[in-house]
Ligand binder design. Structure first.
Ligand code: NAP
Length: 285
């Protein structure tokens, strides 16, 4: 990653004195804005623009941030966060006059590549492409990030600080890894939801009430994730520890394995990765 960071006189920004402008004030921007304010960022240093004037007004009332047009936002912000839907990214970018190369652009739009953004914005501009996920909405997100060669080290740190207000973040070396991040953590919450859904249905068919099944399964999911996240053991080791020979867990694991469970997961993630590549191509003109 280091060799991708442009050398030169660093522009000094710290999170609190940087003006961050959000273009699009929907779900994801709201989470990021509230995450930044919770971390102590002054509301006067956060800007937002959106086509929905009512949404913008209530955001302004609740958070005391400033709201304005997309162009004024771009003119005033040091860091511009593109938080609009991928389908409108091209037209919004082409409408913007972003002529100051010292500004950092962060895109959180799924499937929009750095090359596309460079084409639609300013060729020499610093761009960070992020792939967040829905748990960011409750501050528990996981974001993969990729920086183009114009991003300076202090801008990279800034981008990371911004995304870490809603969870953890990781940098990837190659932009193609963002497609894998999309398949793993971007779409990942849905895989866990599917697993929980299937367990809830099975538990009810085996005789538990919906409420009981729900509370047992949700607590088990959170407990297992925290055990894996906080402990020293790998997931495989933790699984072995709770799988006594001849016991109940082993019977269940045998059923999963007899249906080639790991291969199924591999196929599912590959399909998601491939779709992410296709989506980027579909919006590449
Ligand atoms: N939500 C997630 O969990 C998640 C996860 C990963 C990545 N993302 C990415 O994050 C981005 C935002 O997603 P979101 O869920 O926050 O979407 P969202 O809630 O729909 O927010 C987008 C906002 O942009 C507004 N907008 C539309 N046209 C605009 C324009 N020309 N200028 C300024 N604002 C405009 C929309 O207004 P209208 O509603 O009136 O059109 C809406 O308020 C997407 O690109 C998505 O791919 C989201």
């Amino acid at each position: 990653m280091q060799d991708r960071i442009a050398k030169g006189t660093p522009v000094r920004f710290t999170l609190n004195n940087t003006i961050i402008g959000f273009i699009g004030a929907g779900n994801m921007a709201n989470s990021l804005i509230r995450g930044l304010l919770t971390k102590g960022k002054p509301p006067s240093t956060v800007l937002a623009s959106d086509v929905d004037a009512i949404k913008l007004e209530s955001l302004k009332k609740e958070t005391k941030i400033e709201t304005m047009s997309n162009q004024e936002n771009v003119d005033r912000a040091d860091v511009i966060v593109l938080a609009i839907k991928p389908q409108i990214m091209k037209s919004v970018c082409l409408d913007l006059d972003l002529s100051d190369p010292s500004k950092l652009v962060i895109s959180i739009a799924a499937g929009i590549t750095v090359t596309q953004l460079e084409k639609w914005l300013d060729e020499g501009g610093a761009i960070v492409r992020c792939m967040p996920n829905t748990p960011a909405l409750i501050g528990k997100g996981a974001t993969g990030m990729f920086a183009n060669k114009h991003v300076r080290e202090n801008q990279r740190l800034l981008a990371q600080e911004i995304m870490e207000t809603v969870g953890i973040s990781v940098w990837v070396e190659s932009e193609s890894d963002i497609d894998v991040v999309t398949a793993v953590s971007g779409s990942g919450p849905a895989y866990f939801f599917l697993f929980i859904e299937a367990m809830e249905e099975a538990a009810q068919e085996l005789g538990l009430s919906a409420d009981l099944a729900r509370s047992l399964i949700y607590s088990t999911a959170v407990g297992a994730a925290e055990l894996a996240n906080n402990g020293e053991d790998s997931a495989a080791e933790l699984r072995k520890k709770v799988t006594s020979p001849g016991g109940t867990t082993q019977q269940a694991i045998r059923v999963f394995e007899s249906h080639d469970f790991k291969n199924l997961i591999h196929k599912a993630l590959t399909a998601a990765r491939n779709r992410s590549i296709e989506l980027a191509k579909e919006s590449s003109n």
